[in-house]
Write a protein that binds this ligand. Structure first.
Ligand code: VG1
Ligand code: CO
Length: 542
C-alpha cells in the first residue's frame, strides 16, 4: 500500500561539495531522510518508469536508509532499482553501474571521509545519468524542492532481503540485487595490464593496502589478492564496519598513520595505499616516500601512455583550483589542455563528457579518469602498480625522475576544523573586500602578484560559479589559497592550501613544511588564525 505522508520543509537540506551531509542522528530524525529523498525525486522530475542505482559505503544507518529509499522509489513508480548486495556499493562502482546499465541516475549513501556511526556522519548523494555527481543546476533544483515540500510517498512493505542476488519485486518496481564488485573488477581488468602487475607480484613485490574498515576492502581483496596474486594479507582492515572501527576513513598521512609508520619503518613493503569511506579517494606511499595527491596526479598524467587503457594519449587534464600546479607542467610538456575547476568532482563531469579531459584530480586525494564520472581510489592504486611494473622502478625513483624533469611543487594543506562559523565567514568576507589592496603588497618576505576570488566559467555549458576560494599568487613562484569546506557537519572548517615551486635540481628533497615556511608565515600574517580562532596551530596538516 502506498502512503502519502504530510510533511513540511526542513531547513538546511542543502547539498554541499558532495551531497547532503549531516550528523547520523539528524538523518535518523523522523522524516529527515524521507523529505530529502522525495525532494530528489521532485527535483529531477520524478522517478516514474526510471532505472536507478542504489548503494552505500556500509556505514551505520546504511541498511535502514536503503530500505526506506527502495520503498520510496517503489511508491513513486520507479521501473527498476539496481542495488548492491547488502546495500553496498563504492562510489566508483555506483558510477560505473549507472553508466554500464544506462540508468537514469543513482543514490549513493555516504559521508565519504567523514567518520561514521551513531555519533558520526551520514550522507546522501545523487548522481545523474552520466554516472557523475549532480551538477549545480540539479542540486539547486533538489534544494528548491526541499523548501517547497508538502508530502512524501512511501510504500508500506516489509524489508527486502538484500543479501539475495537476483530480481525481487516491491509493489510494481523491480529490485535487482547485484554483486557490488564484479562489474567494477571487470572494468579495471580492461584498463590495466593485469599480466604485468601479476608478474610484478610474482617477482616478490610487496604491498599493503589499508581499506580502513571501509567499503574498498571487498574490492581490493577481489582485485589485488584474488586476480592479481598479491599475497594474502596484502589488504588489511578489509571488512567494512558500520563505524569504520572507530577510525577516520580519510586516506592521508594523519588518519592513515599506521600505514605511514609501516612505510617509513624498517619492515616497509615496496608500496602502500589506502582508500576512504566510500572508495573514491586514494593515498599512495612508497617505501619511505609519501606521494602528495597533486604529485600523484602529475605522475599519472606523465606516465599514462604506459597503461593500456590510456596508450592512445590524453585528450586533456583537469585539476581543482587548490590542487598544485604540478599537473600543469606535465600538460604543457604533452601539449594538451589543463583546466582548473572549483573544488568538487561535479565540475569535472562536463569536461569528461565533452572529451576535453581524460584525467582529473584534486589535492584531497581524489584522482580519476573518463572510465567513470567519479574519482576512483582503487583505479589510482592500479595506475601506480601498472606504472611501477612498466618502469621497473621504485616509487622513490619515479618521484626523483619526475621532479628532476618537471620541477617540484612543495605542497601542503592546513585545516582549521570546527572553528566558529561566524569568525570563519568574517575572515573570508574581509579577505574578499581587501583583494584590490593586496596586489603589490608584501606578506612577510613574499610579494603578492595577484589576488582574486576564484570564479569558474564552464567551457562546455557556459555556467558560471563564483566565490570558490581566495587565490593569491606571489612573485616568488608561490601560492596561497583559502576556502571554507563544504563537507563538514559541525561549525566551519577553513582550508589553507600552500604551494611553492622550486626550480631544481637543488632543493628537491626538503621537508615540505620547511620548504613552505614563508608561505605559511604569509598566511598567518594575512589571516591571523591565532587571534581569530584561538588556535595555536592547524588541526590537520596534510
Ligand atoms: C572535500 C575536498 C574536495 C572533495 C570533497 C568530497 O571538500 O576538499 O576536494 O571533492 O571533500 O570528497 P570540502 O568542501 O570539504 O573541501 V569525498 O571523498 O569526501 O566525497
Ligand atoms: Co570519498
Amino acid at each position: 500500500m502506498i502512503e502519502t505522508i504530510v510533511t513540511r520543509p526542513i531547513d538546511g537540506q542543502k547539498p554541499g561539495t558532495s551531497g547532503l551531509r549531516k550528523k547520523t542522528r539528524v538523518f535518523q530524525e523522523p522524516g529527515y531522510l524521507e523529505n530529502f529523498v522525495q525532494s530528489i525525486w521532485n527535483g529531477i522530475g520524478g522517478v516514474q518508469g526510471k532505472l536507478l542505482v542504489l548503494g552505500g559505503d556500509g556505514r551505520f544507518f546504511n541498511d535502514q536508509a536503503v530500505q526506506i529509499i527502495l520503498r520510496m522509489a517503489a511508491a513513486s513508480g520507479a521501473a527498476r532499482v539496481i542495488v548492491g548486495q547488502n546495500g553496498l556499493l563504492s562510489t566508483p562502482a555506483a558510477s560505473h553501474l549507472i553508466r554500464a546499465r544506462g540508468a537514469d541516475g543513482g543514490v549513493i549513501l555516504s559521508a565519504s571521509h567523514n567518520p561514521g556511526g551513531p555519533e558520526g556522519d551520514f550522507g546522501v548523494k545523487f548522481n545523474t545519468a552520466n554516472g557523475g555527481p549532480a551538477p549545480e543546476r540539479v542540486t539547486e533544483a533538489i534544494f528548491r524542492a526541499t523548501t517547497e515540500l508538502e508530502e512524501y510517498r512511501i510504500l508500506r512493505a516489509p524489508d527486502l532481503d538484500l543479501g539475495e542476488l537476483g530480481i525481487h519485486r516491491l509493489h510494481e518496481t523491480e529490485v535487482e540485487i547485484v554483486d557490488p564488485v564484479a562489474d567494477y573488477a571487470a572494468l579495471m581488468e580492461r584498463l590495466f595490464d593485469f599480466d604485468a602487475i601479476r608478474a610484478l607480484f610474482a617477482s616478490g613485490f610487496r604491498m599493503r593496502f589499508d581499506a580502513m574498515h571501509a567499503i574498498t576492502g571487498p574490492y581490493a581483496r577481489a582485485i589485488l589478492e584474488t586476480r592479481l596474486g598479491a599475497p594474502a594479507g596484502s589488504v588489511i582492515n578489509a571488512t567494512p564496519l558500520p563505524d569504520f572501527g572507530g577510525g577516520h576513513p580519510d586516506p592521508n598521512p594523519v588518519w592513515a598513520h599506521e600505514l605511514m609508520a609501516l612505510m617509513t619503518g624498517p619492515e616497509a613493503p615496496d608500496f602502500g595505499a589506502a582508500s576512504d569511506g566510500d572508495g573514491d579517494r586514494n593515498m599512495i606511499v612508497g617505501r619511505g616516500q609519501y606521494v602528495t595527491p597533486s604529485d600523484s596526479l602529475a605522475v599519472i598524467a606523465a606516465n599514462a601512455h604506459l597503461v593500456p587503457g590510456y596508450a592512445g594519449g590524453l585528450k586533456g587534464v583537469a585539476r581543482s583550483m587548490p590542487s598544485s600546479a604540478a599537473l600543469d607542467r606535465v600538460a604543457e610538456a604533452l601539449g594538451i589542455a589543463c583546466y582548473a575547476t572549483p573544488t568538487g568532482w561535479k565540475f569535472f563531469g562536463n569536461l569528461l563528457d565533452a572529451g576535453r579531459a581524460t584525467l582529473c584530480g584534486e589535492e584531497s586525494a581524489g584522482t580519476g579518469s573518463d572510465h567513470i564520472r567519479e574519482k576512483d581510489g582503487l583505479w589510482a592504486v592500479l595506475m601506480w602498480l601498472n606504472i611501477l611494473a612498466a618502469r621497473e622502478q621504485s616509487v622513490a625513483e619515479v618521484m626523483a625522475d619526475h621532479w628532476a624533469r618537471f620541477r617540484r611543487n612543495y605542497y601542503s594543506r592546513h585545516d582549521y576544523e570546527e572553528v566558529d562559523s561566524g569568525a570563519a565567514t568574517t575572515l573570508v568576507e574581509e579577505l574578499r573586500a581587501g583583494l584590490d589592496r593586496l596586489a603589490g603588497a608584501r606578506l612577510g618576505v613574499l610579494r603578492v602578484r595577484t589576488a582574486e576570488d576564484f570564479s569558474y566559467s564552464d567551457p562546455v555549458d557556459g555556467s558560471v560559479t563564483t566565490k570558490q576560494g581566495i587565490q593569491i599568487h606571489f612573485v616568488e613562484d608561490a601560492r596561497l589559497v583559502l576556502r571554507l569546506s563544504g563537507t563538514g557537519t559541525a561549525g566551519a572548517t577553513l582550508r589553507v592550501y600552500l604551494e611553492r615551486v622550486v626550480a631544481g635540481p637543488e632543493g628537491l628533497a626538503e621537508d615540505p613544511q620547511a620548504a613552505l615556511a614563508e608561505v605559511i608565515a604569509a598566511a598567518e600574517e594575512l589571516c591571523m588564525f591565532k587571534t581569530r580562532f584561538g588556535r595555536a596551530a592547524p588541526d590537520v596538516v596534510t
